[in-house]
Write a protein that binds this ligand. Structure first.
Ligand code: ATP
Length: 140
């Protein structure tokens, strides 16, 4: 019986993560999705959030990946995540994420003053990306 999954996280910049795992938990608009080996095939959208991977090494280890939305596919014990951007906790530049957060907060305030709905939506998404990176970096 297969006891592991392969996990691949792919972005336009290339492969961000590739490992064997015993479990993957990702967040979809409908809630958390926990994937164990031999899971039925699925495709689901992801929200801007963290993905948790119980990775196999000499011992079990948890990796955290900040994903900027994207698509999650499970098939034949392979989990593939395709996202515009994704970073492992150890690769996150925290000062950069904090600067992005401040910038997004300023843009949100300005967009509200100017009733600029498109800019408000863009800046709110940017704020979520920055907050997610800061959250994931704290797992280190
Ligand atoms: P910034 O305003 O700091 O560029 P952003 O949310 O606009 O943030 P993205 O467009 O999502 O950035 O990502 C562009 C590229 O930069 C991607 O490759 C992403 O992985 C990387 N990146 C963005 N922010 C960080 C960060 N804080 N640490 C590490 N890599 C980052």
């Amino acid at each position: 019986m297969t006891k592991t999954l392969e996990v691949h996280v792919i972005t336009p910049q290339g492969i961000v993560y590739e490992h064997h795992a015993t479990m993957v938990v990702a967040r979809t608009p409908d809630g958390d999705l926990g994937i164990l080996p031999r899971h039925a095939p699925i495709i689901a959208p992801l929200t801007i959030d963290e993905v948790r991977v119980n990775r196999i090494d000499s011992k079990e280890h948890i990796d955290w990946i900040a994903v900027n939305g994207g698509v999650f596919e499970v098939r034949d014990n392979v989990v593939t995540i395709i996202a515009d951007s994704a970073e492992r906790e150890r690769d996150i530049d925290v000062p950069r994420a904090e600067r992005a957060k401040r910038r997004a907060e300023e843009l949100i305030a300005k967009a509200k003053e100017e009733s600029d709905v498109d800019e408000l939506r863009r800046a709110t998404v940017a704020l979520h990306r920055a907050i997610n990176r800061i959250k994931v970096s704290k797992h280190l």
